[in-house]
Design a protein around this ligand. Structure first.
Ligand code: IVH
Length: 525
């Protein structure tokens, strides 16, 4: 019953607890080589040649606690503290529903210290932060801070409202361990039998290759778990072997943490440049001192639009926190204001396009600023050509960024129609091109003449016309001619085409330059 779990009045401060057995930390491995070396050391020390049996476990990203049970009753609970002495937080731990106040079953030692991790599930964290925000209170930065902050509340009634959970992952001091199983995996199973929650993703694995496979599997599943993990832990399964291996300073020789790459990193903004996209959108991009985050090196990060740049107040010279979780595109989380240098430079939206010098316009109320140069702008031309040639459009194999740059810069290509007049000799003379690749490209351009109407429409890069819209337009009009002369009312007869899209399509075909390019494309076959 909750009334049994929540104690009385707030305690003024936490008492301190000396752990009966110190709470150790773990050595870290960041690379596979370090895990191989760990396994090698273990085998060498144990004098074993064959594969070692391990228990592999997620490394839960919360805070370590130690629970003391005597005669099956929860007597005391404490945080790790410095490993020797922690804070007594029994009243708070009692409010966590998955912390049993009494052990179940039988066979538990008279005195049993259980170690584990208190954490906050992601969903609970999000809901709690939403509640705090609605109440105008300070938010927690992440589930780990939220778990730590919640467990260290002086009023257990506050802790009781926080969605905390825990998993047991080890035993501390026991009185006596004579009757306990001889392996870690079996001991965890015993804990589970006594009603203590154990992470269901723990696995008995044999040999170092299986450890690495476990790590990769957990990395892949990381995003879908309902709690944060910051790596995995490998533990020698045989308790007698653990005892033979012993400890170095504050960490056991029989275990190691294989850490996930950090998802956040700090770095400097070296510059802010403005990129011009296919539709002329002028996008600020922060150039960073290269930094490894989430397992890849990041040196450019989009700030999306000028408002976003202003909102985050990113200045040249600033130190920023960059985040990249899983497959997500990297982003600037925030500026570390305390580290802003005196000469940090604010960035202004350019009045003229950095690529062509045409005016940059930002209609009132719009977030996106655009270059007005359209196809006279080399940056827009490049992007338009890249899109035209892309796999889902005209699918011209081999026509990539570098080559398009060379063709545009050399003045050989201004618009997509120019591609169909390219000679193999011209191409072969370009940097990094030979006769063979030139002939291949000419053949690929040749093949693209036999395309479909939906692909062709999509390739034109009409604003608001993606693949799906291109398909419905092709289906509805059947041919290019009737589509080109359709007015907005006629266009709106097409399923899913509303006023915004029809206006863009009509404007595109009304533009004489676009009509001219289309005419030349048709003439080229
Ligand atoms: S075992 C002697 N197992 O990691 C071994 N620790 O870096 C003691 N942690 O303070 C730790 N998940 O807070 C172990 N499955 C797991 C763990 C785990 C998270 C934390 C724990 C410890 C820290 C050590």
């Amino acid at each position: 019953s909750p009334t049994q779990r929540v104690g009385g009045a707030p305690s003024p401060a936490f008492g301190s607890v000396t752990h009966r057995e110190p709470m150790l930390s773990l050595e870290n491995a960041f690379e596979e080589g370090e895990v191989l070396a760990f396994d090698h050391r273990v085998r060498e020390r144990l004098g074993l040649d064959g594969p070692i049996v391990y228990c592999a476990e997620p490394k839960l990203d919360g805070l370590a606690v130690s629970l003391l049970y005597e005669d099956g009753r929860l007597i005391r609970g404490a945080t790790r503290g410095d490993g020797t002495t922690g804070e007594e937080v029994t009243a708070n731990l009692r409010t966590i529903p998955s912390v049993p106040l009494r052990l179940q079953g039988k066979g538990w030692p008279q005195a049993l210290e259980v170690r584990g991790e208190v954490y906050m599930p992601r969903a609970g964290f999000a809901a709690m932060n939403a509640r705090l925000q609605a109440a105008g209170e300070r938010l927690f930065a992440n589930p780990r801070n939220a778990a730590a902050g919640s467990l260290r509340q002086l009023d257990a009634r506050v802790t009781a409202r926080r969605p905390l959970r825990w998993f047991a992952y080890a035993l501390g001091a026991v009185e006596s361990d004579a009757d306990l199983p001889a392996t870690h995996v079996e001991r965890l199973a015993a804990l589970r039998g006594w009603g203590l929650p154990v992470c269901p993703l723990n696995e008995r694995v044999v040999g170092v290759e299986a450890l690495l496979a476990y790590y990769r599997r957990m990395q892949a599943r990381r995003a879908e778990l309902d709690y944060d993990i910051d790596g995995v832990v490998y533990k020698v399964d045989d308790i007698a072997a653990q005892q033979r291996l012993g400890f170095v300073s504050r960490a056991p020789r029989w275990a190691i943490a294989h850490k996930s790459p950090a998802e956040e990193a700090r770095t400097q903004v070296v510059d802010v440049v403005f990129n011009v996209g296919r539709t002329g959108a002028v996008t600020p991009v922060a150039k960073l001192a290269p930094v490894s985050v989430g397992g890849v090196t990041v040196s450019n990060v989009s700030l999306h639009n000028f408002d976003e740049l202003r909102r985050k107040d990113v200045r040249i010279g600033d130190t920023v926190i960059v985040r990249r979780a899983g497959d997500v595109i990297p982003e600037v989380v925030r500026v570390v204001i305390e580290q802003r240098p005196g000469d940090a430079r604010e960035v202004a939206l350019p009045s003229h396009c950095p690529a062509c010098g045409a005016a940059v316009v930002r209609p009132p109320g719009e977030v996106i600023a655009r270059c007005s140069g359209q196809l006279s702008c080399p940056a827009q031309r490049r992007q338009a050509l890249l899109h035209f040639a892309s796999r889902r459009a005209m699918d011209i194999d081999g026509l990539g960024e570098k080559l398009i740059d060379a063709l545009v810069d050399g003045g050989y290509v201004h618009d997509p129609a120019d591609l169909y007049g390219l000679q193999a000799e011209t191409l072969a003379a370009l940097p990094r091109m030979g006769e063979k690749s030139a002939a291949n490209l000419v053949a690929a351009i040749e093949r693209s003449r036999a395309t479909t109407l939906p692909r062709f429409l999509y390739a034109l890069g009409i604003p608001e016309v993606g693949e799906a819209t291109a398909r419905t337009l092709a289906q509805h009009f059947g041919d290019l001619e009737p589509l080109m002369v359709a007015d907005e009312a006629a266009l709106q007869m097409v399923p899913d085409v509303g006023p915004a899209v029809s206006a863009q399509i009509a404007a595109f075909f009304a533009e004489s330059h676009n009509r001219e390019v289309i005419a030349r494309l048709r003439a080229a076959g």
